[in-house]
Design a protein around this ligand. Structure first.
Ligand SMILES: C[S@@+](CC[C@H](N)C(=O)[O-])C[C@H]1O[C@@H](n2cnc3c(N)ncnc32)[C@H](O)[C@@H]1O
Length: 247
C-alpha cells in the first residue's frame, strides 16, 4: 500500500514549514468538536504532522492517539506532547491498533494512493471507530483542482519566500499534483499526488467500506484569477470538504 513519494514529499514539506503554533489550531479544534456532535473522550488522529493539532485537542479530549508516517515529525511530537497523547510512528494502512475511538480524524491528506488504498483506509477507520463513534475526514474536491491545473505560486510568501509550488491535475485519474521546490533549483522538486472525489464518489466508496456519510462540511476556495482565498465556498467549488461518517 505504501507509495514511494509520500515519505520524501512530507519530509521535505516538514523541513520547509516546520511546526505550527498550537494557537493555529484553536479554531479548527472547536470546529472538530462541534462536528463530532457529542463529547469525545478518545480520539485517533491520522496523518498527525508533528502533533500540533493533537496538542490543541488534548485540552478537550481525555486520550488521543496519533499515527504519523514521518519519523522527524513523531520525534518532535514526542518531545512536546502532554501525557494524554500516545504518538505512533507508522502508516495508517498497516498499523495495528486494538483500541476503539469516539472520533477518528484525518485532516487534510486523504487520497494518497489508489482507490483500493483509500478503501482499505476507510475499512481501517471503520475498525478503529467505537460503535457509536464517528470519523471526520477531509476530501479533495475534483472540480476545484481542475481549475488549479498549471497554477504556480508561493505557498507562504511571508514565512517561506524562497519556496514555490505548482499545481497540476490528472484529468483521467482525478489526481491533483502539488509540486514544491526551492527557488534556487527547480530540478530538486517533490510532488504529492492526492486522489480527488466528488461527494457522490466518496459516498459510494464509504458505502463499500460499510460507512455512512452523515455530514458534508465544505472548506474555502481559492480564486485562481484574483489569487485570493475565500473562507466560504459551496460544496461544488470548495478546495476540500470534510465528511462525517458513522458505521
Ligand atoms: C497534508 S499533511 C496534513 C497534516 C495535518 N493533518 C494537518 O492538517 O496539518 C498529510 C500528513 O499525513 C501524513 N501521512 C501521509 N501518508 C501517511 C500514512 N500512510 N500513514 C500515516 N501518516 C501519513 C504525512 O506525513 C503528513 O503529516
Amino acid at each position: 500500500m505504501e507509495t514511494t513519494w509520500a515519505n520524501e514529499f512530507y519530509k521535505m514539506q516538514y523541513e520547509f514549514i516546520g511546526d505550527y503554533p498550537v494557537e493555529f489550531y484553536k479554531e479548527s479544534t472547536l470546529e472538530i468538536l462541534e462536528q463530532a456532535g457529542k463529547p469525545v473522550y478518545s480520539a485517533l488522529e491520522l496523518g498527525a504532522w508533528d502533533g500540533s493539532l493533537a496538542r490543541a485537542l488534548s485540552k478537550h479530549v481525555n486520550k488521543i492517539t496519533t499515527v504519523e508516517l514521518i519519523k522527524e515529525m513523531t520525534d518532535k511530537a514526542e518531545s512536546l506532547n502532554p501525557d494524554n497523547i500516545e504518538t505512533i510512528h507508522g502508516s495508517f494502512y498497516d498499523v495495528q491498533l486494538t483500541e476503539k475511538f469516539d472520533a477518528v480524524i484525518y485532516i487534510d491528506g486523504f487520497g494518497v494512493g489508489t482507490d483500493d488504498a483509500q478503501l482499505k483506509l476507510l475499512r481501517n477507520i471503520k475498525h478503529w471507530m467505537a460503535d457509536d463513534g464517528c470519523a471526520l475526514i477531509d476530501i479533495y474536491q475534483p472540480e476545484h483542482w481542475k481549475k488549479a491545473d498549471g497554477v504556480e505560486m508561493y505557498p507562504d510568501p511571508e514565512n517561506m519566500p524562497h519556496i514555490k509550488r505548482r499545481y497540476s491535475y490528472d484529468f483521467e485519474e482525478n489526481v491533483m499534483m502539488d509540486t514544491w521546490w526551492h527557488k534556487k533549483d527547480e530540478k530538486l522538486n517533490n510532488t504529492q499526488y492526492l486522489k480527488c472525489y466528488t461527494p457522490d464518489e466518496i459516498y459510494n466508496l464509504c458505502k463499500q467500506a460499510g460507512l455512512n456519510i452523515t455530514g458534508y462540511f465544505p472548506h474555502g476556495a481559492m480564486d485562481y484569477e484574483s489569487m485570493k482565498y475565500h473562507e466560504h465556498a459551496s460544496l461544488k467549488e470548495c478546495l476540500s470538504y470534510r465528511i462525517k461518517v458513522v458505521k
